[in-house]
Design a protein around this ligand. Structure first.
Ligand code: PLP
Length: 393
């Protein structure tokens, strides 16, 4: 057995590091989830989540992964045979859309280049063609964790409006929420899908869903079968009042602490920190690109994600080998390529409870792992990241 000392650096783009404070907040005995104490705790958490989602609508929660929230979003607003349009931008967008077929929906994809941000003009043009409004919902992923591309949600909404199309707009914020700018109400998002294990710095296993008024109205008409996921079971007035089965009270203690941490730092400062650490990572990748080394998978510099950087390995080099070395030799966990990108990428997560020293440690491990895996790269990536962190430019 390998004996490891020191911290395990967790640089997957989710789940993320769980802060000691959150762990300690959860380290306590159980309370009655029917009682007033739990009600007060969960009310406080839902109020905090609404501030993060930036919505006056409802936020609901399930004991589930993000996959559960994906299903909840579809089942509550659609009827069998109805059509959805998936903005294809990567592994996660397609994975979400695929579920529609399982539920008997007609699924159309709006084709896109995974290396580029989604194109609002293309969406507008497709919706204009849909004169009899067969498309009932447009699905988009804010931050494609599989590619490191952040997608223009505000502009995609504007495209729907410009086409004067009534489709509901459903957005996955699983790897963007509480990490970079997202505004549910201002951007006109009808349903928001989120998870606990990324920007919210909690263990995996809790999923959240933001429900706007139009989506709520649609849920009254929707005919897809649903029970556990049914918003109506959870809602009373405009906030979650009931829970399906036994409430995971410990999650709520953790969530209260993570929301407190985010508010202590200030959401805008959380965003600024994510941007700074992402930019340091990007500085390293720019240098690694030298010597015919790895490059950004995301082609548009303005759309590179502040939570994950996908590094594309030179032809004939295996990203999973690099990741294996990083884990075995340096105790650093990194993300890999998903779907057809398996082995082609190393994804460096830089989200959640993270600081300068942690990202530099991770970048150092990536650089050393390139070396050991025989991947050509330009030397000095970590130094460039340090330079940026010192000078801020
Ligand atoms: N959507 C995005 C953008 C993700 O990054 C992930 C997971 O990484 C998911 C959905 C799926 O979430 P979960 O693994 O919690 O089901």
């Amino acid at each position: 057995m390998t004996v490891r000392r020191g911290y395990h650096f967790f640089q997957n783009p989710g789940p993320t590091n769980i802060p000691e404070r959150v762990l300690r907040a959860m380290d306590r005995s159980v309370i009655d989830f029917h009682g007033a104490e739990f009600k007060a705790l969960s009310d406080e958490c839902f109020a905090g989540l609404k501030r993060i989602f930036k919505t006056k609508g409802a936020v609901l929660a399930y004991a589930a992964t993000g996959h559960g929230a994906w299903e909840s979003a579809l089942l509550n607003i659609l009827s069998p045979g109805e059509k959805i349009l998936v903005v294809d931008c990567g592994f996660f967008s397609m994975n979400w859309g695929m579920r529609g077929e399982t539920f008997g929906l007609e699924v159309e994809t709006l084709p896109g280049d995974w290396r580029l941000p989604a194109n609002p003009e293309r969406l507008e043009a497709r919706l204009r063609e849909d004169r009899d409004h067969k498309i009932k919902a447009v699905l988009a992923v804010h931050n494609e964790t599989s590619t490191g591309v952040a997608h223009p949600i505000k502009e995609l909404r504007e495209a729907i409006d410009a086409a004067r199309h009534p489709a509901l707009f459903l957005v996955d914020t699983i790897s963007s929420l509480a990490s970079f700018d997202f505004r549910m109400d201002e951007w006109g998002v009808d349903v928001v899908v989120a998870g606990s294990q990324k920007g919210l710095m909690l263990p995996a296993g809790m999923a959240f869903i933001g429900v706007g008024d139009r989506a709520l109205a649609a849920s009254a008409e929707a005919k897809l079968p649903r029970l556990y996921w049914d918003w109506r079971r959870l809602l009373e007035g405009s906030s979650q009042s009931l829970w399906n089965g036994t409430a995971p009270v410990h999650f709520f203690y953790g969530l209260r602490e993570s929301l407190l941490m985010i508010e202590e730092e200030g959401l805008e400062n959380v965003f600024a920190r994510h941007h700074r650490l992402a930019e340091a990572t990007r500085r390293a990748v720019e240098v690694w690109r030298g010597n015919d080394g790895p490059e950004f998978y995301a082609l548009d510099p303005g759309a590179r994600s502040d939570t994950v950087t996908a590094v594309w390995l030179p032809e004939d080099h295996d990203g999973d080998k690099v990741r294996g070395i990083a884990l075995e030799r340096f105790n650093v966990a990194l993300g890999g390529g998903l779907g057809h990108l398996k082995g082609r990428l190393v994804r460096i997560g830089h989200l959640g409870d993270l600081n300068e020293t942690m990202i530099l440690g991770a970048l150092g491990a990536v650089e050393m792992s390139f070396s050991l895996a025989g991947v050509p790269y330009g030397k000095g990536g970590v130094a460039a990241a340090m330079e940026y962190l010192v000078r801020g430019e």
